[in-house]
Design a protein around this ligand. Sequence first.
Ligand code: PLP
Length: 421
Amino acid sequence: MNYPFIENQDKEVADALEGEEKREEEGLELIPSENYVSRAVREAMGSVLTNKYSEGYPGARYYGGQLYTDVVENIARERAKQLFNCKFANVQPLSGAPANVAMYFALLQPGDTVLGMDLSHGGHLTHGHPVTYLTKIFKFVRYKMKDTTTGEIDYDEMRKVAIQEKPKIVLAGYSAYSRELNYDAISSIAKEVGAVSVMDAAHIAGLIAGKVAQNPFDHGFDIVTTTTHKTLRGPRGGMILTRESEEIAKKIDKAVFPGFQGGPHMHQIAGKAVAFGEALHPSFKNYAAQILKNAKAMEAVFAKENVRMIGGGTSNHLILADVFGSLGVSGKEAETVLDEVGITLNKNAIADDTRSPMDPSGIRFGTPAITTRKFTEKECSRVAELMIETLRNKDSKEIKNRIREEIRSLAKAFPIPESFV
Ligand code: PLP
């Protein structure tokens, strides 16, 4: 029993937690935005710091008793700056969406324009999806891929739109895009039109920290927003980094608190500090490199089996596959059938998808969590084969049962580690 106190007083919740532990142990997690944190990060998240109010920033708080909160927040900030090679870090955003909202409010006035990635080409909801309140306040204009078979962004079009629309922010970043961006091109377009360049690195922060993906700050970007819980393998949370402008960093701090949030979640900031310490450990670079190798191994199987991948494959941790176009199985159905055999991933719209978002053409999957489990290329190729076999035999109970058993034994052979350093 991992939750003795909850078990003692609240059996229903304890049972759900135990059930989730079993689900995570026995299945394979391929959702590219998920990962497993260390027990050390979980200890921080369950620590006494959840008791504390700390409105303000280290050295300038609105409440007393900040001896230890200041220590923890300063450690998190220093480690974040070291990891991403920048001068300023705000580690208080509660998650990725609040980080982006605070960033917009720091830099924009109502009615101002943001140039961001088209949502069906990989951009995130917070980059101006009409269902968000952000679109009632700011204007979002778009750039796209020039060619969905290579994933190359149309930088000429981006420049044209930037000159025409005069955005205050040029926003890069994505949640369903599998190639590297040309940061030099993007930051120079931003400079040309007098905009601030921002990269939402939520998905690839761990790849940047692990030095296997380019760092946007090395290519002149002004700001990076990110989550801390995906490839970076920390607690669920967000942060905003500023390369060198103190003026921008001050605006960001004001926008996070008191502009948008109240008291920071200090237990979560302690979790960030611990996770950033893990990401600074030399072994994290090997982890990040293996994420890429594993994604390439899965790409090879999908290519061999003629399943179309948006962008023609992957240069990062994720793959977006057109399962409807290639296998005649919709994204929703693929998600359900793969769940039945113990593989968790998500349905996803593909570029300019003509199907509905609730039942799109694609699936999105990635390797951060299985790489934490120490899967190598060999196991990842096998998982990719099993995925395609499942989709090709979605109505065969017998085949699905056999695959379920193989997935279960793979999961058993690679238990979720408790520590990474
Ligand atoms: N930005 C990007 C690129 C994301 O992929 C996500 C989450 O998937 C977010 C922001 C939002 O993060 P959160 O769900 O932590 O609010």
